[in-house]
Write a protein that binds this ligand. Structure first.
Ligand SMILES: [Fe+2]
Ligand SMILES: [Fe+2]
Length: 209
């Protein structure tokens, strides 16, 4: 069922549909992650997927608790969006032979999933708040935090380019000067700010005088 069907008339319907949609998605993701773990050759990526599989199983349980809070049976509603994202990911995995390219592709596929989940949890939190269901919010927030942390870890891995060559290069300090430079830039900026404030304060004082 799509998001805008005649079956959804009220905010309560929309909230319940969103939960069912996410329940379907989290269950599908839990089934897909073992394949991704198998294909990942980078140890950190593999460990990250293994950790997120456990988290995803916990997220399914959180959704079950949410259905309980709402006196509803846990039920999944087919979600074409996550089906498409996962299908594209598994097609990609079937096409790539090179291990490093596979790892990079897996990161991108996993981030597409995380971004989808982040938008859905974000919407559900807003709707729960609008409906006065504050009791639902901590459970939704806990899962959202895990999705965001996973996304950030994937970004960090992508930036290291995953392959061992990339790690060697960054380990040998190739990336360090860039970080040091940006830290120095931030420091300069923060030092510059009070000076600017002082200048504008002095200007005002002159104007007053
Ligand atoms: Fe999830
Ligand atoms: Fe996730």
């Amino acid at each position: 069922m799509g998001f805008f069907t005649k079956d959804i008339k009220t905010m309560n319907d929309l909230f319940m549909h969103g939960l069912q949609d996410l329940y379907y998605a989290e269950n599908k993701i839990a089934k897909s992650l073992p394949d991704m773990i198998e294909k990942a050759t980078n140890p950190q990526l593999r460990a990250g997927f293994e950790k997120h599989l456990k988290e995803t199983e916990g997220q399914v349980q959180r959704l079950q608790r949410l259905f309980e809070l709402l006196d509803a049976d846990p039920k999944g509603e087919k979600c074409p969006a996550i089906d498409g994202i996962l299908k594209e990911g598994s097609e990609l995995m079937g096409e790539v032979d090179d291990e490093d390219v596979m790892n990079v592709g897996l990161i991108a596929a996993a981030q597409a999933v995380e971004h989808y989940e982040i938008t859905r949890y974000g919407a559900l939190i807003a709707w729960a708040s609008e409906l006065g269901r504050r009791d639902c919010i901590p459970l939704l927030r806990a899962s959202l935090a895990e999705e965001k942390a996973t996304d950030e870890k994937l970004t960090a891995l992508a930036e290291r380019r995953v392959n061992p060559e990339g790690e060697k290069k960054s380990g040998s300090g190739r990336k360090a000067p860039k970080r040091a430079a940006s830290t120095a830039r931030r420091k300069r900026k923060s030092q510059a700010r009070p000076a600017k404030a002082k200048r504008s304060g002095a200007k005002k004082a002159r104007r007053r005088a």
